[in-house]
Write a protein that binds this ligand. Structure first.
Ligand code: EPZ
Length: 419
């Protein structure tokens, strides 16, 4: 199994090109199931998760051509409406094929994803939305069997709390439903707007995406289109934090401040200067040592849960004590004990972690359980004294495109060790 070896202590100077957003690309890819024409998606990151969804789409009959970051998907005919356990279990976003399959074919059998390292992550809201649109939902040996023989119909769906995945899923399905669907308390994450833009280019009628009420007027059919995926806000935030941990100055090419929400204020308060520049975002550590800042993870535009682990790495060497509260997932502090192995002082009490900044972390062999937690260890390693070895690199390969290459180009001593 591959590992990453990092020798810390070198400031980062240079330019990092931000890739297309993984969490947007995955949902946009699922939209290809809604039309028999070709959906061309550009700025698609080459990531393990993208390959996994591609495999699943191909099982459903989608023909794919992937060149560089341009992906062409054609679902001329759906050859199977079943999504097997093996493919859904490894990546939860695969579950989002359910709605499009039911909307187009009137039925689907999709494995339930099961729990994951950061929390139980049920899909009850996804199923409630489809059921409100007229699908019958049954469970059979771990599979969701959904049917809408006469097609889906519009519905008023009031989400009890904000769910990115359920909002996207309902929006995908509603595009081909009869009549009007209203999604209340919808998620406002930038990926929702990006998916809506793609669907509208395909002929869908959607209003309000990006706000908490989304209205979708179903149409009879969708057509092929071209869509460019928006830049990855989590990758942007993570590299901005890398400059905070290691010091230096980076131009994050294609990065957009408006996608970062409350993370911008938190980074500024911590002592980073971060501003729009020609071609992206310029970020630099404006002081010798960052300052402690309290954060609470919230739906967009609040501080994103997907940057919480990386922010903890930044706070590990900040001056003072910070409190980090995680409100989205119930088990998203698995990186804390690993950071502690590097000398961080972190105590976790329920959903709140208190981080008392130390002057310097020390390199150590560490291991992470999920994508963003792994990235927090990379950041910690970049700032630490000596060598850090990060095991289970496959987590990083799921969500950070060409990570070592991008960091090496800015002066980091980081390399992949095979075996
Ligand atoms: C998306 O997950 C992202 N994944 C996550 O990124 C991200 O952390 C999350 O949104 C929040 O921003 C993808 O887009 C592929 P939710 P999603 O539904 O849609 C609960 C990463 O590292 N819930 O907004 O699954 C759920 O358990 C990943 O890239 C229900 O209870 O998140 C969680 O506590 C990790 N029932 C909360 O809602 C449901 O039916 C918010 O989850 C659905 C969700």
């Amino acid at each position: 199994m591959d590992r990453l070896a990092i020798i810390g202590g070198r400031p980062l100077f240079g330019e990092i090109a931000i890739s297309g957003a993984k969490n947007s690309a995955l949902k946009v890819m699922a939209a290809s199931l809604l039309t028999d024409e070709t959906l061309t998606i550009t700025n698609v990151p080459r990531l393990a998760d993208v390959d996994m969804l591609l495999k699943l789409l191909e099982r459903h009959g989608v023909e794919a051509a992937f060149e560089g970051s341009r992906l062409e998907l054609t679902a001329a005919a759906i050859t199977s409406t079943e999504a097997p356990y093996d493919l859904v279990r490894k990546m939860r976003a695969s579950f989002n094929v359910l709605g499009p399959l039911v909307a187009r074919e009137g039925k689907a059998r999709v494995s339930l994803p099961g729990g994951c390292a950061i929390g139980a992550r049920p899909v009850d809201l996804h199923l409630k939305a489809l059921s409100a649109m007229g699908a019958s939902i049954d469970l059979d040996e771990g599979y969701v069997v959904a049917e809408a023989k006469n097609g889906l119909h519009g519905a008023k769906i009031d989400f009890p709390f904000v769910s990115v995945g359920a909002t996207e899923h309902a929006m995908l399905a509603a595009t081909l439903a009869r009549g009007r669907t209203v999604l209340a308390n919808a998620a406002c994450e930038p990926e929702i707007g990006d998916l809506a833009d793609c669907l509208v280019a395909m002929g869908a009628r959607i209003e309000g995406a990006g706000s908490s009420t989304i209205e979708i007027e179903g149409v009879d059919r969708l057509r092929g289109a071209h869509h460019e995926v928006l830049p990855d806000r989590i990758e942007t935030g993570a590299y901005a934090m890398a400059a905070g941990v290691a010091g230096g100055e980076l131009l994050l090419r294609n990065g957009r401040l408006d996608l970062l929400g409350a993370a911008v204020g938190a980074l500024e308060e911590a002592g980073l200067s971060i501003a729009e520049a020609e071609g992206g975002i310029r970020v630099k550590r404006a002081c010798d040592r960052c300052r402690a800042v309290n954060i609470v993870t919230q739906p967009f535009p609040g501080f994103p849960t997907d940057l919480q682990a990386q922010f903890m790495a930044l706070m590990a060497t900040a001056e003072g004590a910070s409190q980090i509260k995680e409100t989205i997932f119930e088990n998203r502090f698995m990186h804390a004990p690993e950071l502690a192995r590097m000398g961080a002082s972190i105590s976790v009490d329920g959903q709140t972690a208190t981080v008392r900044g130390v002057k310097r972390l020390k390199g150590a062999p560490v291991m992470a359980t999920d994508l963003r937690a792994s990235m927090s260890l990379v950041l910690a390693g970049l700032g630490a004294e000596g060598q850090t070895i990060i095991n289970r690199v496959y987590h990083l390969d799921r969500g950070f495109e060409r990570l070592e290459e991008k960091l090496q180009a800015c002066g980091a001593l980081i390399e992949r060790v095979s075996g």
